[in-house]
Design a protein around this ligand. Structure first.
Ligand code: SF4
Length: 348
């Protein structure tokens, strides 16, 4: 009997049949993606959950993604992740206790900003947003959702990614003097009330260490070495990098950008390298696709074929990802609000 992890996964997929669905984020390695029933960005995968009737949903990504799936899953469905220690560094920059402390300070200052959390955040942070009438966004719908939050009439608190927040403000034409990056040191004791009251959008100072590495200098160097090359980056990159690129957008946008680029084009992509390598292989011989810089997410890489195989082999006794009821309900309200707003304002 073939005992390679890949063969073991195939065997258990056959054994479990419709009872199992495997979801994978675009940043997963090909070794994982090839076993997935659905591959997508955070928005696509969140939308998919409602359509799934499988007993087991195995999420190959980082923990907040599996938690989001657990928030949206139907009663009786079990969400699992092959390695629960696959954290997101950006998400960890906004622990719920600190978000609640800062929100309390803003409230005490008379600032009633509608909270909008990037999906890269814990269930507890999503729940805090839900309780305060806020919502969630992904990189694919950040403009729509920030417009929605501002439409509530109190300004917005965008967290945890200051880069996505600033890039979205740029797209919506909200000038830098109408934004303020919060000082969250000492539980928010250093927050400047005057600046907070004057700003339209308050930005939490989180960021992605993977996308931070893509600099405007790197884009200039690439353009010099490859005249005519196209450059597209993810909006978790710093605003100066986004400004220097030809285009910026979510992982699904980057996939479309490559697909729609002319035959023979050379395209540099600034995002997690697994996706770029996959695109390079898919378009080999037609277009040249290269990473703007080698940048891999070590947490995404924690999901391996070996761990997936081990989880499937023993799936009935594996601990599912759970979200306590008092967290799940407000977090679900925040995520559902996003899905409803997007259903009305975005193309499917
Ligand atoms: S690439 Fe960045 S934002 Fe995405 S999971 Fe890794 S650390 Fe988090």
């Amino acid at each position: 009997m073939n005992t390679t992890p890949s063969a073991v996964i195939d065997r258990h997929r056959r054994r479990l049949g419709d009872r199992l669905v495997i979801l994978a984020h675009h940043y997963q390695h090909d070794d994982i993606v090839r076993h997935a029933d659905h591959v997508g960005d955070s928005l696509e995968l969140a939308r998919k959950i409602a359509d799934l009737s499988a007993e087991y949903i195995v999420f190959c990504g980082v923990f907040f993604m599996a938690e989001t799936a657990a928030i949206l899953a139907a009663p009786g469905q079990k969400v699992l992740i092959p390695d629960a220690s696959a954290a997101c560094v950006m998400s960890d920059m906004a622990p719920s206790w600190l978000v609640e402390a800062v929100a309390g300070r803003l409230h005490a200052m008379g600032r009633m900003a509608t909270p909008l959390t990037y999906v890269n955040s814990s269930a507890r942070v999503k729940a805090a947003c839900g309780r305060l009438g806020g919502s969630v966004c992904t990189s694919a719908n950040a403009e729509v959702m920030l417009s929605w939050a501002l439409g509530q009439g109190h300004g917005a608190l965008f967290l945890p990614d200051r880069m996505l927040g600033a890039n979205t403000c740029d797209r919506l034409g909200i000038p830098p003097e109408k934004r303020h990056i919060l000082d969250i040191r000492r539980h928010g004791a250093l927050i400047d009330p005057k600046a907070v009251l004057a700003a339209e959008v308050l930005l939490w100072p989180g960021r992605c260490v993977i996308h931070d590495k893509f600099t405007p200098d790197r884009i200039h160097a690439v353009r010099q070495a490859h005249p005519g090359a196209l450059v597209a980056v993810h909006p978790e990159c710093p605003p100066a990098t986004v400004a220097a690129a030809d285009a910026a957008g979510s992982t699904s946008f980057l996939i479309r950008f490559v697909e729609e680029a002319p035959q023979g084009a050379t395209i540099f992509i600034g995002t997690e390298e697994n996706l770029v390598v996959r695109l390079a292989r898919r378009y080999a011989g037609e277009k040249t696709v290269r990473p703007l810089l080698s940048s891999r997410c070590s947490n995404m890489a924690k999901i391996t074929e070996e761990k997936l195989a081990a989880q499937l082999a023993d799936i009935a006794s594996q601990p599912p990802v759970t979200v306590p009821h008092d967290v799940r309900e407000p977090a679900r309200a925040a995520v559902t609000r996003m899905l409803e707003v997007c259903a009305k304002r975005m193309d499917p």
